[in-house]
Design a protein around this ligand. Structure first.
Ligand code: F6R
Length: 257
């Protein structure tokens, strides 16, 4: 495995979430104008709850920061209840003091969508680049919607979702047929340019993807494994997500509770 990745293991998902939230809060306090990269899905919900609580207790302010989300489904507008813009409003933005025009989520309905991908990249650059990026990981090792086989240098683009990702995300929709087949996503290259990355994974269904990312060489079939090619990457795991790591990797990890 790479020695560059810092691995933290919590006994459960709540403690993993608190640890990630506390890293984000510290970074925001140190640099109120920080540019944050944010993720959707089940994993970061607890992180956002902790950040909302800190903001509502006036211990944290997002007023000057800027955020960029990783991805959005193609075809779902901001008002669609399963769009990632909607997810971010409901889980974070509506409850904190960030001005909406400082929150960026790729546009899933604009035409032509390819132009908006280039604009998203330009906007990130114009903001000075992402200082701290939050990631989840798919059961197949995807990061954002960069599925196995994606170009490790890829930039923001429109991509197809694999059957396993469609099946995993069907839990959020009325039926699997309602899950969009395409998404706009930051590329692996875009993500790797963030100054610091925190990948959070909880649950036994992520254990294999986590082990594949951290043990062995970077591999195009494991998009998250490219995170081991750089510094300033932290994996925050619960015990179940860490269950398939080798003994040597576990020994190099920090227990955080
Ligand atoms: C979400 C995203 C995805 C998720 C991943 C894990 O913005 O980019 O890569 O992080 O699919 O999803 P959950 O957290 O629902 O298991």
């Amino acid at each position: 495995m790479s020695h560059q990745v810092e691995i933290r293991i919590a006994s459960n998902a709540v403690n993993a979430s608190k640890n990630v939230a506390s890293d984000f809060a510290t970074a925001l306090q140190a640099n109120p104008k920080i540019v944050l990269g944010l993720a959707t899905g089940g994993t970061p919900v607890g992180v956002y709850q902790h950040l909302v609580a800190l903001c509502q207790a006036q211990k944290l302010s997002f007023r000057q920061c800027t955020t960029y989300n990783l991805d959005e489904y193609v075809g779902l507008g901001p008002d669609h209840h399963q769009s990632y813009r909607h997810f971010m409003q409901v889980n974070l933005f509506d409850h904190i003091d960030i001005p909406t025009n400082q929150t960026f989520v790729p546009d899933g309905v604009v035409n032509p969508i390819e132009d908006s991908c280039a604009d998203y990249e330009s906007s990130i650059k114009a903001s000075g680049g992402i200082d701290l990026q939050l990631l989840g990981i798919g059961e197949n090792g995807h990061i954002a919607f960069n599925e196995p086989g994606s170009d490790p240098k890829g930039r923001t683009s429109v991509v197809g979702l694999t059957d396993s990702t469609i099946a995993a995300n069907a839990r959020f929709f009325d039926s699997i047929d309602d899950v969009p087949r395409e998404a706009v996503t930051m590329g692996i290259g875009t993500i790797l340019e963030s100054r610091r990355v925190v990948l959070m994974a909880t649950g036994g269904n992520k254990a294999e993807a986590v082990a594949r990312a951290l043990e062995g060489l970077p591999d195009i079939d494991s998009p998250a494994s490219f995170l081991t090619t750089r510094e300033n990457v932290i994996f925050v795991l619960d015990k179940d997500a860490a269950a398939k790591l080798s003994d040597a990797t576990i020994q190099s990890a920090k227990e955080i509770d």
